[in-house]
Design a protein around this ligand. Sequence first.
Ligand SMILES: C[S@@+](CC[C@H](N)C(=O)[O-])C[C@H]1O[C@@H](n2cnc3c(N)ncnc32)[C@H](O)[C@@H]1O
Length: 288
Amino acid sequence: MTADVYQGATAESIRHHYDVSDDFFALWLDPDLTYTCALWDEGDTLESAQKRKLDHLIEGARAAGARRVLDVGCGWGSLLERLVRTHGVQRAVGLTLSDNQARHLRGLALERTEVRVENWLDHEPAEQYDAIISIGAFEHFARTGLSRAERVAAYRAFFERCRAWLPKGGRIALQTNVKGNNVRMDKQTVRDLQFIIDTIFPESEIPALSEVLESSEKRFDVVRLRNDPDHYSRTCQEWFDRLRAHRDQAVEVAGEKTVADYERYLSSTVGHFRNRHLGLSRIVLEAV
Ligand SMILES: C[S@@+](CC[C@H](N)C(=O)[O-])C[C@H]1O[C@@H](n2cnc3c(N)ncnc32)[C@H](O)[C@@H]1O
């Protein structure tokens, strides 16, 4: 794979983040280890809001009851489990770059599910899929510091692959953080975001919504789009509160520095979404 073809975060930098320790993430995520923005409604707990999000995207992609569904960036498998155990999907395939996540998922022994430690760029399915869902992985598909044109080219390569893997009319449900380009940042916000890039998510860069849409042109129609920054602010607050509540155990598992770094990352991110320096897009696209 050459850098000019694929310009996303490397497997090494992905592992830097997701392979900290499963026990560490289990202390502050929900029990299914969903590590992306939830979809909140009145009376929700983090657990119910995460399931609501999964169901929302499954419905958007028309994946319920489908024969074959691809999850690009499957994390610890909460979507795969929901697809096969609640929505009757016959075959669910999950891609991740994290060895820990794949090990955890294989331990769950989900029926009718295949887990692959594989970049989407290298994925060559034997058959097409009926639907594709990708939650919180797109943020890793372009490396920090690329020009807009280079980012769009990297994202376009992703949409080209997805188009080839779907029939006409097949859908992708995509959830991704996006830059909140409409509000000027103060210096502290710039410092906090730089800290997150340097320390928490090396090599990754969040797309602008316009880049996501531009790179999907000619291959996909936008069917639905919503922006839910307050939902991510609330999700991060919940994660932060849970991390704080288990701080001593977290330090035992991951060390004081990691815990302090995550406290800074999570607490500042609550503000980034609240202040609209970041947005949270949930997009349904249909293959043309
Ligand atoms: C924030 S996690 C989200 C996991 C899961 N979708 C969830 O909602 O909990 C991002 C996931 O994307 C995966 N990922 C990042 N870049 C990838 C790539 N190029 N190919 C395949 N998976 C990738 C990571 O390994 C990780 O599983």
